[in-house]
Every structure is written in structure tokens, then in C-alpha cells.
Design a protein around this ligand. Structure first.
Ligand code: HEM
Length: 218
């Protein structure tokens, strides 16, 4: 136990936790997207999938608890790393060089809190239904379609998922760095991998509000 506490106190320990929890969250987002894409297969398919998840009962609550814990650890370790970095450089650099830092890397600090805020809205919207005027429990297809038919709701999802894409791209790229898999020989491959996977999530998640707004799914 002492070893784990000491590891957590160190920067590398926190970075490792961020990398591990980040990978788990990425896998959740990927699985969630694949499940949700059944929207294109029609109401029976999507509603049956949602009913299957609800039918897991206690196991679903166990998954939700673990997911909440993972999100909590990911946020806590990142916040502590942020303040640790601020504290280790009390005097600002005279010349700030951000040439090496990509746009998505600089957006991590604020894309994280915005994604967390989106998640709260999303749960109230599609899971609890308290901010969805046409929410019907169990009618997931109907709930998603009528939700996205409101243009500003779709706009929230589109902006949040674009930010999520940037966040994932930098997260996946950093993942290799933390695990020591950084070498000039493989960096192009690493960038391509991060770009491809985050692009896949963006395209998949944006396709749903866009298809509803365009009237292709009704
Ligand atoms: C266009 C994109 C998305 C769609 C259509 C969508 C759809 C849904 C739906 C319909 C539910 C409720 C399922 C149910 O109650 O049976 C749900 C729950 C959830 N979504 Fe999404 N989602 C999207 C994007 C996201 C993103 C980007 C995240 C994470 C950042 C996310 C995280 C969650 C979580 C954590 C739950 C709760 C799962 C549970 O309690 O079982 N979703 N989503």
C-alpha cells in the first residue's frame, strides 16, 4: 500500500494513472459510440440494445460505479499535475515558446473541464431526462432523435464532440510518451495513430446529430 501511495505522490505515478484511466475512458467512448451507431439500424435495434444494458441490473450499476471512479481519478490526477506544474515554475518564462506544443495539447487544460460539463448535461439529457422535454424512459431511439431535432442541442453535442476529439488526439499521443514509447523513428506513426482513432470517434459521434438535423434519421 505504501508503495502505491509513494508512486501516486510522484509525477510519474500520476502520469501513469492518467494514462491508464485515459485508455479505459477511450475504450468506453469507442464502445459507447459503436453501440449508439445502431441509431442508423432503426428503433428496434437501438431500443433492444438499451434494454439489454438496462437488463444487466446490478452489473450495470457496478460498471457505472467503476466508470465514475475512473473519471474521478482521471480528473483528480490531472488537476494535481496541473497545479504541481504551476508550482514548480513560480516565475513565468520571459519568452514563452509554444512551437513544439500542438493546438490540442494547449487545449487540454480547458477541453477537459468542458467535456466534464458536457457529460453532466448529457446524463441529465439522455439518461435522467430532466433537461429533455420529450423524454420517455426506455424509448431511447425516440429520445435521441427528438433530442437532436433541437438545433442548439445538436450544436452542443457537435462542439463537445469536436473538443473531445482534440482531447483524445493529444491524450492518445501522450499515452505513448508516458509509457516511454517515444522515438523519432516512430513519432510519425504515433501521430497518425492518435489522429486516426480520434478522427474515428469524431466522425462517428458527429454523424448522429448531423443525420437527425439533415432529416436522414427521423
Ligand atoms: C452523439 C454522441 C452520443 C450519443 C448519441 C449518446 C447517447 C447516449 C444515450 C442514448 C445514453 C442513455 C442510454 C440509456 O439510458 O439507456 C447515453 C448515456 C451515457 N453516455 Fe452517451 N452519447 C453520446 C456521446 C457520449 C460521449 C462523448 C460520452 C463521454 C464523454 C458519453 C458518455 C455517456 C455516459 C457515461 C452515459 C451513461 C451510461 C449509463 O449510465 O449506463 N456519451 N449516451
Amino acid at each position: 500500500m505504501q508503495v502505491i501511495i509513494e508512486l501516486y505522490k510522484s509525477t510519474i505515478g500520476k502520469k501513469l494513472l492518467v494514462a491508464i484511466t485515459g485508455l479505459m475512458l477511450f475504450l468506453f467512448v469507442l464502445g459507447h459510440m459503436i453501440g449508439n451507431l445502431q441509431l442508423f439500424a432503426g428503433p428496434e435495434k437501438l431500443n433492444a440494445y438499451a434494454a439489454f444494458l438496462q437488463g444487466l441490473g446490478g452489473a450495470l450499476w457496478a460498471i457505472r460505479t467503476v466508470l465514475l471512479l475512473i473519471i474521478g481519478i482521471h480528473i483528480l490526477a490531472n488537476v494535481q499535475l496541473f497545479f504541481q506544474n504551476q508550482g514548480s515554475r513560480p516565475v513565468a518564462y520571459r519568452v514563452k515558446r509554444t512551437l513544439e506544443v500542438t493546438y490540442s495539447a494547449r487545449t487540454m487544460v480547458w477541453s477537459g473541464p468542458i467535456i466534464a460539463a458536457f457529460l453532466v448535461y448529457h446524463l441529465l439529457h439522455f439518461t435522467v431526462g430532466s433537461v429533455h422535454p420529450a423524454f420517455v424512459p426506455g424509448e431511447v431511439y425516440q429520445v435521441v432523435v427528438s433530442g437532436f431535432q433541437v438545433w442548439w442541442v445538436s450544436a452542443i453535442y457537435i462542439v463537445a464532440n469536436l473538443l473531445l476529439g482534440f482531447h483524445l488526439k493529444h491524450g492518445l499521443w501522450s499515452w505513448f510518451q508516458t509509457l516511454g514509447m517515444s522515438h523519432p523513428k516512430y513519432n510519425a506513426c504515433r501521430t497518425g495513430f492518435a489522429f486516426g482513432l480520434s478522427g474515428l470517434i469524431i466522425v462517428g459521434n458527429l454523424s448522429m446529430p448531423v443525420a437527425v438535423l439533415a432529416g436522414w434519421v427521423a
